[in-house]
Design a protein around this ligand. Structure first.
Ligand SMILES: [Zn+2]
Length: 146
């Protein structure tokens, strides 16, 4: 399928990635939204202890059948996967990062779901690629800082 069918022009994605790359070096605690505070550190799906982790946060009113399926699966099957935290909000949060509880079994369940339910359209692949590249860049910048 040709890229022009997709909802997000590639140059916007690259522009966004460039901004994120420029800002990756400066995580201050003010810019981390805490989703762990006063919440259980035991995964409600898998009943195992979880680790706290800071991950990049993204947003956007992305709508497609596949993304909605992924969103439902996330709530039901892998609420604590180690992944970019998508707030699904229409506006960017002031907080660029999220502190979340990560469950290894949720992370595995997400990967399994993605293999069994691959994106059908370019738009969905772009969303997945975007989240993956955010994740990789964040991981690399994290390594450099430590
Ligand atoms: Zn879990």
């Amino acid at each position: 399928m040709h890229a022009s069918h997709s909802g997000i022009p590639a140059r916007f994605l690259f522009f966004g990635l460039a901004l994120i790359w420029l800002n990756a070096g400066c995580i201050s605690s003010r810019r981390v939204e805490d989703y762990t505070f006063a919440r259980s550190a035991i995964c409600e799906v898998h009943d195992v202890p979880m680790k706290e982790k800071i991950v990049p946060q993204t947003y956007g009113m992305r709508r497609s059948g596949w993304i909605l399926n992924l969103r439902c699966a996330r709530q039901r099957l892998f609420p604590h996967a180690g992944e970019v935290y998508d707030t699904y909000a229409c506006l960017a949060s002031y907080e660029r990062y999220a502190r979340i509880h990560v469950c290894l079994e949720c992370t595995t369940a997400r990967q399994k779901w993605l293999v069994e339910n691959p994106p059908a359209f370019e738009y969905d692949w772009q969303y997945l690629d975007y989240c993956d590249s955010l994740w990789r860049q964040f991981a690399q910048s994290y390594v450099r800082r430590n």
